[in-house]
Structure formats: structure tokens, C-alpha cells
Design a protein around this ligand. Structure first.
Ligand SMILES: O=P(O)(O)OC[C@H]1O[C@H](O)[C@H](O)[C@@H](O)[C@@H]1O
Length: 529
């Protein structure tokens, strides 16, 4: 297609909303001229389904739950006065608590002002807060955010080292919808121990965001933590950024959460439209369907040309892949659905994998995110008449053109700047696009049966570990993994026994020693000493 034809295609399909500044360009996606018309009946059915969802239908049938994240930014949509009131009250409490911290009416013991924030969570209880904290953080942040988002001891030590002697002025927020996630519980116990070792009362520095009555809720209540904020069963982890999960850490950091909510609300109104050409989420969902055949045959590469949006792809990996990556569709048919998501930021990624995108296997489509504003204020000229921001924009446009010239598809989301409102827009845009795409492909986007398997398997490993360690601590001569597995009647699990022994021998915690041999699996293990 020559330049005039491309310009015509660009103008024909360009979505632009003057109020939010949001633009969506799908012109470099090679969908046939009749594609949108062919998909319209299915799209209308998806709109109808989404309207029912917003009215409070049990849209998550597998867990018999409503799906209410849209109500979080417009409580008037909630299906009951009670839910609407809970939403309004929670936002008010979040803002009130943050104001108390910032104003110094809520302090650590001895009147110490809180200056740092340690958020402990994983999955949807960390990825959204991390994305927003990075995207909107500045040197003027009221509390400096830090995260435990894994059960990695060294990872937590690194964060604690950065906090140094600052635990006394660190407020810890433990986030877990279920209240029972083991990684988050490990993080809480590790943090609690660090406060203890610093001679501090953890409960006077701790808050929780969790489901009412959960294990975490009970812990926080019994220990008298500073505050607890609710998570509801009609908000999924990966769609919880506009609930207290995201709003509390953001408000404590000093971010304008009303701006985030307003942007999301405005985008929700746009993506509620039933005229496809004017609905950016519908256009996104249709482009995903075109690019992947509704089967996930191509990967979604997220390429924001803005450092502040570096974590957007990690956030979208959960939102898209945990929603769409399902074994069965809603009829029970095995479909093994999903769309893989990866990417970091441009132009940096041009020096990493864009080579493959340009010339290699054509198994992807790119989602560029263009941010028009370069920075606050003017830039210096890095060349006569050229700024670094001009280069960034030039590299975005050049990469988009270079991919197109070689038959590689891309779409471009443009926002005027990175702000609370535009971050709210981006979050809401993809939440809706995922929901609409799931409707098009008959998937329940709102449950995650697959993650339970991994959790159960971890429990089996830890039970086996207890048997192995007990056997070794019972004395006896050093023995190989084969001999130990046989001795505890676990011959079949000998490989797992071997991994358990290798890990135990690498750490001082269980008193296990390796007497190394080659090949390695003939090494013997015994108790140290
Ligand atoms: O918030 P929590 O209950 O601790 O759950 C944290 C995460 O756990 C699992 O991985 C779920 O699949 C995620 O959707 C959830 O965000």
C-alpha cells in the first residue's frame, strides 16, 4: 500500500477522544476490508454481555461471582446501594488515612513520621501497584515505595538493605485478596521479623488490604494493625488496581487517585459504546482477534516509548494471560486459549529483540504506546533543532514503518502524557478489551483454575522435604538421593528428593551437607557436623 493509501487507511480507522486525548491507530494491522463488518454481530453480542456484567450478572460462572471492577470508578453502576456505599466509603477512608499519614496525625510510635512504604503482595496484589508507583512516581513522593513481591529471601534482603535503618519510618501494607497466599505470608513474616530485630512493633507499622474474614484479616485484627481495607470477591486480583489494592499504596505515595479513577471512568464510558468504530476497547479486541485468529497464534508485543511505562507489559502479562489463558471455553470444550504478552520499552528494545521482529519469525503483532509529551519543560538540542525526545519519537515512528515495510503488523495507542488520568485510561482500556475479547472467544476471563495446580504441587514438595529432613536428622551415614528416597519409601519421587537435598545442602537452615561426587546425582547427603 503506498503512502497516500496508508494515510487514507489511517484516517478511516483512527480513533480519537478529545477529552482524554486517547488515540488508537489500527491502520498497520492488515485486517481485510470486510473484517469489521463480519465481526459486528459477534461484537454486538459481546457488548450485550458486557452490559449484563456491569449490571451485576454472574459473569464469572465458574466461581459463581459477579465482576464489578467497573463499579469501582462509578459506584452508581453497582447493582446494590450497599455495594455502592462500600466503594465510596473505602475510597474516602483511603484518602483520609493517606492524609493522616502525610499530615502527621498518624505516625509511627514516638511520633516518627512515615517516609517509606513497603508493599507486600504478589500477582494482582503487586503488579498493578508496582506499575502505577513507577509510572507516576516522582522525587516529590510523600512515601517512597518499596515492594516484596516474591518469597525470595535474598530479594527481601535487598529491599531491607535499601530501607536500612529506615524501618522506623516505614509503613508496611500487606495485600492479599485471599489472605492466604504463601509468598505474601512469607513476606509478612520476614518483614515482621525485620521490625522485631530493629526493636520495633510491627503492628504499629502495618496495614492490610484483604477479604473480610480472611487469614490475613484475622491476623491484622488480632494483632491490632493500624488499619484494614476491604477486597471484595467481585473484584479479581488482576483487575483490582482501582480498588484499595492499588488506590491505597498510590494515595500513600502521594499520587492523585481521583485522577486515576476519573481517567478510568472516562475510558469506561468510551468502551461502553456499541458503535465499534468509536469504541477503542472493541477495536483492540478485534485487532487481537484478527492478529491471532482468535486462537492466540501470535504474541502481543507491548512497546511503550516511555520509560515510565516499563512495567506496563508485566502488568498486562497477568491481565491478558491470566484472563485469556484457559484450557476450556465456556462450553467446556478444550481450547487452550490465550495470547502471550512480552515487551519492555522503546527505543531500548530496538537494541535487544526488535531485530527478530523486523526480520525473524513473524509470530507477533506490536502494540506501540506513544506518549506525546517528552518531559516537563524544554529540552536541550542534542543536534541542531533536534531534542532527545525528537529522537524517541523518531525511533518509534521509524520502527513502526520498518516493521510495516516488512509485513509486520502493529497498532498504536497514543496518550498526551503520563498522568494519573492517562494511567487510569490505559488500565481501563485493557480491562475492557480483555473482557470483550473473552466474550468473542467464549472464555471466562475472570477465574484462574490453573494457578491452583502449582500451589498444590508446592505443598507436595514441602511435605516431601519434611520427610527427607526428618530422615537425615535421624542420624545415619551419608547417603545418595536414591538411597534416601528408598529409605523413606519415596523411590518414585527420587528426583524431587534430589532437588530438595541440593537446595537444603546449599543453605544452613536444615543442617544438611553434601558430599559431592561426579556424576552429581551420586553425591551423598548427611547432616552437617
Ligand atoms: O491477592 P492474593 O489473594 O494474594 O492473590 C495474588 C495472586 O494469586 C494468584 O496467583 C492469582 O492467580 C492471582 O490472580 C492473584 O492476583
Amino acid at each position: 500500500m503506498n503512502a497516500p493509501a496508508l494515510w487514507q487507511r489511517y484516517r478511516k480507522h483512527l480513533f480519537h477522544d478529545p477529552e482524554t486525548g486517547l488515540m488508537l491507530d489500527v491502520s498497520r494491522m492488515n485486517f481485510p476490508d470486510d473484517f469489521l463488518a463480519r465481526m459486528e454481530p459477534a461484537m454486538q453480542r459481546a457488548y450485550a454481555e458486557m452490559e449484563n456484567l456491569e449490571r451485576g450478572a454472574i459473569a464469572n460462572l465458574d466461581e459463581n461471582r459477579m465482576v464489578g471492577h467497573y463499579w469501582l470508578r462509578d459506584p452508581s453502576l453497582a447493582p446494590s446501594e450497599e455495594i455502592a456505599a462500600e466503594i465510596v466509603e473505602t475510597v474516602a477512608r483511603v484518602k483520609e488515612f493517606a492524609a493522616g499519614i502525610h499530615g502527621g496525625t498518624i505516625t509511627a510510635p514516638g511520633g516518627t513520621r512515615f517516609r517509606r512504604l513497603l508493599v507486600i503482595g504478589i500477582g494482582g496484589s503487586a503488579l498493578g501497584p508496582q506499575f502505577v508507583a513507577d509510572a507516576l512516581g516522582t522525587a516529590a513522593d510523600r512515601l517512597e515505595p518499596h515492594f516484596f513481591d516474591n518469597t525470595d529471601p535474598d530479594g527481601m534482603d535487598r529491599v531491607l538493605a535499601r530501607l536500612g535503618n529506615g524501618l522506623a519510618e516505614t509503613l508496611t501494607v500487606v495485600i492479599s485478596k485471599s489472605g492466604g497466599t504463601k509468598e505474601t505470608r512469607s513476606g509478612m513474616l520476614e518483614a515482621q521479623d525485620a521490625y522485631r530485630r530493629a526493636g520495633l512493633d510491627f503492628h504499629r507499622h502495618a496495614m492490610a488490604v484483604t477479604g473480610a474474614g480472611s487469614e490475613l484479616d484475622r491476623t491484622a485484627t488480632e494483632a491490632g494493625w493500624l488499619a484494614r481495607f476491604p477486597m471484595w470477591d467481585w473484584v479479581g486480583g488482576r483487575t483490582s488496581e482501582t480498588s484499595a489494592v492499588g488506590l491505597l499504596p498510590a494515595a500513600l505515595q502521594g499520587i492523585d487517585i481521583d485522577g486515576i479513577l476519573a481517567g478510568a471512568r472516562q475510558c469506561d464510558a468510551l468502551t461502553r459504546r456499541r458503535t465499534t468504530a468509536t469504541n477503542p476497547a472493541a477495536l483492540l479486541a478485534l485487532m487481537w482477534h484478527h492478529a491471532t485468529g482468535g486462537r492466540g497464534t501470535r504474541d502481543m508485543v507491548i512497546l511503550p516509548y516511555k520509560d515510565r511505562l516499563l512495567l506496563f507489559s508485566r502488568y498486562l502479562q497477568q491481565l491478558v494471560m491470566e484472563s485469556l489463558g484457559k484450557e476450556r471455553d465456556r462450553t467446556g470444550t478444550v481450547v487452550n486459549q490465550g495470547i502471550a504478552v512480552y515487551g519492555n520499552k522503546g527505543s531500548t528494545d530496538q537494541h535487544a529483540y526488535v531485530q527478530q521482529l523486523r526480520e525473524g519469525i513473524n509470530n507477533f503483532f506490536v502494540t506501540f504506546v506513544e506518549v506525546l509529551r517528552d518531559r516537563d519543560g524544554k529540552s536541550l538540542e542534542v543536534e541542531p533543532g533536534v531534542t532527545s525526545g525528537d529522537y524517541l519519537s523518531g525511533f518509534f515512528q521509524g520502527t513502526r514503518a520498518a516493521l510495516h515495510e516488512n509485513g509486520r503488523e502493529s497498532l498504536t495507542i497514543t496518550i498526551p502524557e503520563v498522568s494519573p488520568a492517562t494511567i487510569g485510561v490505559l488500565i481501563a482500556l485493557f480491562e475492557r478489551a480483555v473482557g470483550l475479547y473473552a466474550a468473542l472467544t467464549d472464555i471466562n476471563a475472570y477465574h484462574q483454575p490453573g494457578v491452583e495446580a502449582g500451589k498444590k504441587a508446592a505443598g507436595v514438595v514441602l511435605k516431601l522435604q519434611a520427610e527427607v529432613i526428618a530422615h537425615l536428622q535421624g542420624g545415619g551415614e551419608p547417603a545418595t538421593a536414591d538411597e534416601i528416597a528408598a529409605a523413606i519409601g519415596r523411590d518414585v519421587e527420587v528426583e524431587a528428593v534430589f532437588h530438595i537435598l541440593l537446595h537444603a545442602a546449599a543453605n544452613p537452615d536444615h543442617g544438611v551437607r553434601i558430599f559431592a561426587a561426579e556424576p552429581l546425582f551420586q553425591s551423598q547427603f548427611g547432616t552437617a557436623g
